[in-house]
Design a protein around this ligand. Structure first.
Ligand SMILES: C[S@@+](CC[C@H](N)C(=O)[O-])C[C@H]1O[C@@H](n2cnc3c(N)ncnc32)[C@H](O)[C@@H]1O
Length: 332
């Protein structure tokens, strides 16, 4: 039973179609009966509005950006609300209570590739589950279509969860999706998750700050998408101003990144760690220096998804990795 007091579901705010106060625990009770939240919704939405993945969606992936305000079509009426939920990095114990409650009440869950199996197991068994997962080079739905899908699902379902790995607003395109939903007139709320850039180092015994090592930390993408509006990452500025650097999506571009950082003045002996599948049973770590890590990656055939941590905090791994958190092995 979800905690009461979550009166966050604004079904009535947009269209005055449901009672004046609807909370998640109420919807969840219905979900446990034959009806479910979708059925509540169906009482007030005509079947002609029902949409699903079976209906072909226009696929114009001309830009990397999600549906732009200009192209988003405003739905005639919007029943539900989209919750952008962060699933954390994989360990189900790191999922927030708020996120878990929403999964248990959801009518539709639209999820990414990096969401771990035990978190998918938390989803209401009656919910429609849609995988729009993206892994490098393998896009199952382009961003624009994902946004359109969310809009259409919100037209006909009360609780639509957009489930993303880590935190939706940290290199997860959550900001773009939220903007487009707002422009389309869809109610939307974010439920933060624990980002992999914090959890993976922690599970490897690497604190990002430490009074003897680092009083600043920068989170940066190692993979800038084509078509992005902002200019390239300023590695020189980052090397100058930050004592710990946490790089997301950096494995592929590691030769370029290590070169930029050494050219920017970091010593070739600066420690670097890579943590792959952090917090999951198959977590792997590689510890080296800026001058050795590329060769180590090649030798170990180390691949994405991984977080890279650069800076002297990495040297604490020797001592602290002995007391790292136990990892729940869901494979057994
Ligand atoms: C598109 S970004 C999404 C980041 C996510 N929103 C977050 O907050 O963790 C994908 C990248 O996150 C990192 N990542 C996500 N989950 C990870 C994990 N369990 N272990 C290590 N890195 C992970 C990898 O760098 C991966 O390439």
């Amino acid at each position: 039973m979800p905690p009461s007091g979550y009166s966050s579901h604004d079904l009535n705010a947009d269209n005055n179609t449901l009672r004046s106060t609807t909370d998640l625990s109420e919807l969840s009770e219905h979900s446990n009966t034959v009806t479910g939240a979708s059925q509540i919704a169906s009482h007030i939405v005509s079947s002609s509005q029902t949409s699903s993945l079976e209906s072909p969606m226009p696929s114009s992936a001309s830009s990397d950006r999600a549906v732009s305000p200009a192209t988003a079509s405003t739905p005639a009426s919007v029943l539900g609300k989209v919750y952008l939920v962060g699933s954390g990095p994989g360990d189900p114990g790191l999922m927030t209570l708020k996120g878990k409650t929403l999964l248990e009440c959801a009518d539709v869950v639209v999820y990414d590739a990096l969401v771990s199996p035990p978190i998918l197991d938390m989803i209401n068994p009656h919910a429609e589950k849609i995988n729009v997962g993206k892994r490098r080079g393998r896009h199952s739905l382009v961003q624009e279509d994902t946004t359109r899908l969310l809009i259409r699902k919100a037209q006909t379902h009360a609780i639509v969860v957009r489930l993303k790995g880590g935190d939706p607003f940290v290199f997860g395109r959550g900001g773009e999706e939220m903007e487009d939903l707002v422009v389309a007139g869809v109610s939307v709320e974010v439920i933060p998750g624990i980002t992999s850039g914090i959890a993976a180092p922690a599970y490897a015994g690497i604190p990002l700050t430490h009074r003897k090592h680092a009083s600043s930390v920068t989170f940066v993408t190692g993979h800038e998408s084509a078509g992005k509006y902002r200019p390239e990452v300023d590695w020189e500025a980052i090397a100058r101003s930050s004592e710990t650097i946490v790089v997301y999506m950096g494995v592929h571009n590691l030769p370029h990144i290590t070169e930029c950082l050494t050219q920017a003045g970091l010593a070739p002996t600066t420690p670097i760690a890579l943590v792959r599948w952090g917090t999951r049973p198959d977590q792997q770590e590689l510890i080296g220096t800026l001058e050795t890590i590329v060769q180590q990656v090649e030798n170990a055939e180390f691949s994405a998804p991984a977080i890279a941590i650069v800076g002297s905090v990495v040297s604490l791994h020797d001592t602290l990795s002995a007391c790292r958190p136990a990892i729940f092995d869901w494979r057994n």
